[in-house]
Design a protein around this ligand. Structure first.
Ligand code: NAD
Length: 524
């Protein structure tokens, strides 16, 4: 029998968005409320989700209610208090989470399809990047579950030691660019440490979160421990952020919303905060590697345009030393020009669509701003139509939605480091090129940003790499230091700096972020 195409599979997939509370699906915004209350809230507004690929209506998300958040938090609180998960041995939680990895693997094609449909990313990216990264994040948390150590000391007959416990109920709010990965980044350390969780996915990418929670229950996570509530940021996100019974709020999204999370935490119960926010990462190329420019250009293009540039760590500012500028830029343009927006459901596509019409228009407005402010457009800059000969996934709305939201990889040269496109996070396929003379100038330009998430550099000088590690304001610095760089994955936990956020979520440090410690002094 012929294997169905991804489009056929997409059309056969029932796309519905329901809250997942206390181990089962419930209608969004209804939770376990009484019939009388349901009548009052069932007319709440809904959000139309259009396909990034073709502009057809994929599904609708209820804007949600405060009541559904209350129900989900209560479910998580009950589960936490009775110890059905928090009271297990770490080895028991580990075994269950290992089963969850197995189930993600077993369902990887379905999960990848949901990511592709929601985000507009190529199906190959979803299969070969999103799913493996989600699994490795979960594996990393699992590895550390039974390796939590606490300090101990003694003085005469007095013994002191630390006890580390799960923090309690975690509220997690996430953005839309890597929905499953971001959900796992929160759920993995939260669950591994023994917490209960209420997760709110973005209203623009709602499909995979409920499925992840459902798989967690199938793996053996007890009902009530992992809950999902859908809806708008203004209603559901706000209610979660201000909820008095959430102990830790873990947020991934824009810096603007991250600041609102700090206010919400302060105005409510001073809940703990983990914030993973925006970035405007520099990729600094020095002139000491003139023979490796093809390889370096490949890294620059990959970091700038991965996931259509909708990537918090996108290397969206290319800082290049003047001696190699012309040569490197020619190679970057040549390689980026190969990336053509294509149907995300085409298995050969390497570059897909932007998430929605609003974001598409925002990226185009930034491109116009770049031109207005005097930067030189050297590649792309246009919205394009993509041939979708086989038609739409969902029903085509009779309004002004475009047939998909595609923008070419775009490069600006001669960008003023203080201009809008060099300062603001575009979160789309736009690379700004800036020239520098020496190390001091490179570092000054790189640090001329309110963000501090990630930096990239290409240099063969170990001394220079060490200086960059000290002087750059970035939670993570990746250095390409040879002509054949070894791409091993050590993945130490990093913490965002400046207005890119705060707190670590990966590895052992991540588990500690999802816990509290008590120091016990025993004077016997
Ligand atoms: P966003 O801030 O608009 O929304 C993020 C989440 O917050 C969504 O679930 C949204 O519904 C919710 N929200 C919005 N307003 C809220 C409010 N007032 N109260 C509570 N919740 C609210 O961000 P986005 O556009 O979804 O995502 C893109 C941003 O996320 C970019 O800035 C990107 O850099 C960042 N991001 C950061 C990382 C990281 O690890 N640092 C990873 C991915 C994305």
């Amino acid at each position: 029998m012929k294997t169905p195409s991804w489009l056929e599979r997409a059309r056969d997939t029932r796309l519905q968005v329901r809250d997942f509370i206390n181990g089962h699906y419930v209608e969004c915004g209804l939770g376990n409320t009484s019939d009388d209350d349901k009548a009052l809230i069932s007319d709440s507004a809904s959000i139309n989700k259009y396909s990034p690929r073709d502009g057809s209506l994929l599904y609708q998300v209820d804007a949600g209610t405060v009541e559904s958040v209350d129900n989900a938090v209560q479910s998580a609180r009950d589960a936490f208090n009775d110890g059905r998960w928090s009271g297990l041995l770490s080895s028991q939680r580990k075994a269950v989470l290992q089963q969850l990895v197995t189930l993600i693997e077993a369902n990887h094609e379905e999960l990848a399809l949901l990511e592709c449909l929601d985000v507009g990313k190529p199906i190959s990216t979803a299969l070969h990047l999103d799913i493996p990264v989600a699994m490795s994040m979960l594996n990393s948390a699992i590895e550390h579950t039974d390796k939590i150590q606490s300090p101990a000391g003694s003085d005469g007959g007095t013994v002191a030691y630390g006890v580390r416990e799960p923090v309690g109920v975690v509220g997690a709010i996430i953005g839309w660019n890597f929905p499953l990965v971001l959900a796992v980044v929160k759920a993995a350390p939260a669950l591994a440490m023994g917490n209960s969780l209420v997760l709110k996915p973005s209203e623009f990418s709602s499909l995979s979160a409920g499925r992840l929670a459902e798989l967690a229950v199938e793996a053996g996570v007890p009902a009530g421990v992992f809950n999902v509530v859908h809806g708008s940021g203004a209603i559901v996100g706000d209610a979660l952020a201000k909820h008095p019974d959430i102990d830790l709020l873990s947020f991934t999204g824009s810096t603007v919303t991250g600041k609102q999370m700090m206010i919400a935490a302060g105005q409510s119960n001073m809940k703990r905060l983990l914030l993973e926010c925006g970035g405007k990462s520099p990729f600094i190329v020095f002139d000491d590697c003139p023979d490796n420019l093809d390889m370096i250009a490949g890294f620059v293009v990959q970091q700038a345009f991965l996931n259509q540039g909708e990537n918090c760590k996108a290397g969206s500012r290319l800082l290049v030393q003047e001696g190699i500028k012309e040569k490197l830029l020619a190679k970057v343009i040549e390689q980026a020009a190969q990336l053509k927006p294509q149907d995300p459901l085409d298995p050969n596509a390497g570059f897909g669509a932007l998430i929605n019409e609003g974001h598409f228009n925002k990226v185009l407005a930034y491109i116009e701003k770049g031109k207005e402010q005097g930067a030189t457009l050297v590649l792309g800059g246009n919205a394009v139509e993509v041939d979708l000969a086989e038609g739409c996934i969902g029903s085509k709305p009779d309004n002004s939605q475009r047939s998909g939201y595609y923008i070419e990889p775009t490069i600006f040269d001669h960008v003023d480091p203080n201009s809008t496109i060099a300062q603001e996070e575009i979160f789309g396929p736009v690379l700004s090129v800036i020239t520098f003379k020496d190390d001091d100038e490179a570092i000054a330009i790189a640090n001329n940003s309110c963000f501090g998430l990630q930096a990239y550099a290409a240099t063969q000088s170990v001394a220079r790499a060490q200086r960059l590690g000290r002087d750059l304001k970035a939670g993570n610095l990746m250095v390409i230091a040879s002509s054949t760089p070894n791409m091993g994955n050590v993945s130490l936990p990093s913490e965002p700096q400046q207005q890119s956020g705060m707190g670590a979520e990966m590895g052992l440090a991540g588990l500690l972020s999802y816990s509290v410690s008590t120091v016990v002094d025993i004077h016997a």
